[in-house]
Write a protein that binds this ligand. Structure first.
Ligand SMILES: [Fe+2]
Length: 210
């Protein structure tokens, strides 16, 4: 109930216009429970997909943030192009995050959201706080992509077998394809080819091997 104010005070008569602050109540849906929507899927199927998607969500948020860390901390001759590439991949992963989280909700589940919960759930190894060399940054990214791709392929099969075509499609068309493409763009930076002068010794070595 609104607090009574002194009729002569400046607050008097404003009770109905005041924001009601510091409100608390029980959650309307606990984490891990399904509030099923009418999408013609069995509740157990929804629950299994939600559990898998929350794992993919935690790992995608972690990979997304790893890209931003490297976008900020990258150093060296390829600074500018990697600075831009890492941010592009960050944006693409960020879009995936929203797509995954919203599918969890439409399946009747509760999506993970906060940093502490993501840190507890992800299976991607934690990087140090400090800066690392480009080859180390890229190796970390590729390892994270591979973890994601492996689990996404397994989960896509599970969703397909359970009849959850929407989740299967999200995993295949969005997660797997985006991650595979990013792996290609990032991997090529670890191919050791000369920048200006062709490697003449390689030609000599090839000739002597014939
Ligand atoms: Fe930036």
């Amino acid at each position: 109930m609104a607090k009574k104010t002194n009729p002569g005070s400046p607050q008097s008569g404003t009770e109905r216009a005041r924001p009601i602050l510091h409100q608390h109540s029980r959650e309307i849906q606990p984490f891990g429970k399904i509030a099923k929507l009418s999408i013609a899927l069995d509740e157990n199927v929804c629950a299994a997909s939600v559990e898998n998607l929350n794992q993919i969500l935690a790992d995608t948020i972690t990979l997304r943030d790893l890209y931003k860390k490297h976008h900020w901390q990258v150093a060296g001759h390829t600074f500018y192009q990697l600075h831009l590439l890492f941010d592009k991949h960050y944006e693409e992963q960020d879009e995936l995050v929203d797509t995954i989280a919203e599918r969890i909700q439409l399946l009747g589940g509760v999506s993970l959201a906060m940093a502490a919960d993501i840190a507890e759930t992800t299976i991607i190894p934690r990087p140090p706080r400090g800066r690392e060399e480009v080859p180390v940054q890229i190796s970390r990214l590729l390892e994270a992509h591979e973890i994601l791709l492996k689990e996404a392929r397994t989960m896509a099969k599970q969703a397909s077998e359970a009849g959850d075509d929407g989740t299967n499609d999200l995993l295949v068309s969005d997660i797997i394809r985006t991650n595979e493409l990013q792996v290609w763009f990032v991997s090529e930076h670890l191919v050791d080819v000369p920048l200006v002068r062709a490697d003449a010794s390689a030609k000599t070595k090839a000739a002597s091997a014939d």
